[in-house]
Design a protein around this ligand. Structure first.
Ligand code: TUI
Length: 316
């Protein structure tokens, strides 16, 4: 066992939570991760409330373990999605792309654990004071919408300032990453990209293959000029988007270019014209496996890494 405070708080066996990736993190993926002893998370993204309700009901049929819902705070359906989350008393809510302050009181009242993603020390402190149960500290290595700082610098700075558990995210896909995160002061990790290449993930085969093929420098940041930078695998869409940014397209025009592009990639398998969101760690993902094998391997490898590190300590 590799047990931390986070396991107790979230009622999970392993300190691994799955990223709430829009379109990718369906009930099937979330249930498989929860059944394997991690925390599976349904990604609400920009989906309407009925779709999320359907996914929650499906996940409840597929697992008797706790699972979470990630709410994307920029969603046009955020209020209705929150109503569904309240009604189903979802075990854990993770949030992305904003400040979930206005929903926290109600979530606490119904006993839902609340775990916001924070890109800075200031927001982490604010979330702790509002009653967050843990925070996900996501570095710019992550896929999708990203902040400025790296996981390596953000995790220890946040961990030194708050008393609730820190979950490290961005750049983690194996046991080495898990051990590194624990060494930096985290009590667990959130993993996204690695779980896309799982058997249970319903994303298009071409999306999974794009990640398997990706190398170290392939996950690049687009849309910096809009104020909502997004990390995606380099392809025709990413190159055109960046070209348009350089030519001075205004944020509204650029945002329009992005609409529907994640769905095109994940659901239709358009990995050239679509937005293939993935983290910088994509380069170490080489195989599609069941979630249980992915998690067991990460935990097994982390224990080996810890033993090896211990071997470096020599008495004088
Ligand atoms: O949210 C994510 N990753 C995402 S969201 C997404 S959908 C989307 N697509 C285009 C533009 C915007 C969203 C795809 N991937 N990760 C968590 C995350 N949260 N990263 C950064 C943040 C964040 C940023 C600012 C969290 C809080 C925040 O607060 C600002 C404030 O209000 O203080």
């Amino acid at each position: 066992m590799l047990n931390t405070d986070l396991c107790k708080i979230l009622n999970i066996k392993h300190p691994i939570i799955q990223g709430g990736m829009a379109w990718v993190a369906t009930a099937e993926l979330a249930a498989a991760v929860s059944n394997a002893g991690g925390l599976g998370v349904i990604g609400a993204g920009n989906a309407p409330a009925e779709i999320i309700e359907n996914e929650i009901e499906k996940a409840k049929k597929l697992t008797d373990q706790p699972f979470g819902v990630n709410v994307m705070l920029l969603s046009p359906f955020i209020e209705e999605v929150m109503e569904v989350v309240y009604r189903h008393k979802v075990s854990v809510v993770t949030t992305g792309a904003g400040n979930p302050g206005k929903y926290m009181k109600k979530l606490k009242e119904i006993g839902t654990k609340i775990v916001p993603v924070v890109p800075s020390v200031a927001l982490a402190k604010r979330m702790e004071s509002l009653g967050a149960d843990a925070v996900i500290v996501e570095g710019t290595e992550a896929g999708g919408h990203v902040g400025e700082l790296t996981t390596f610098v953000l995790v220890p700075q946040v961990a030194g300032e708050i008393n609730i558990p820190v979950i490290a995210a961005g750049g983690i896909a194996d046991g080495r990453g898990l051990v590194a995160a624990l060494a930096l002061g985290a009590k667990g990790v959130q993993i996204g990209t690695r779980f896309i290449c799982s058997e249970e993930c319903t994303a298009h085969e071409k999306y999974k293959n794009a990640i398997l093929k990706a190398r170290d420098r392939d996950a690049i940041v687009t849309a910096r000029s809009t104020g909502h930078p997004v990390r995606v695998l380099k392809n025709k869409f990413a190159k055109e988007f960046i070209k348009n940014e350089k030519e001075g397209f205004i944020p509204e025009e650029l945002e329009k270019l992005g609409v529907g592009k994640l769905r095109d990639a994940v659901v239709e398998g358009d990995v050239e014209g679509g937005s293939v969101m993935a983290g910088q760690i994509a380069g170490i993902v080489k195989e599609i496996k069941p979630c249980k094998e992915i998690i067991d391997e990460i935990v097994r490898d982390a224990k080996v890494q810890l033993q090896n590190l211990k071997g470096l300590v020599k008495e004088e």
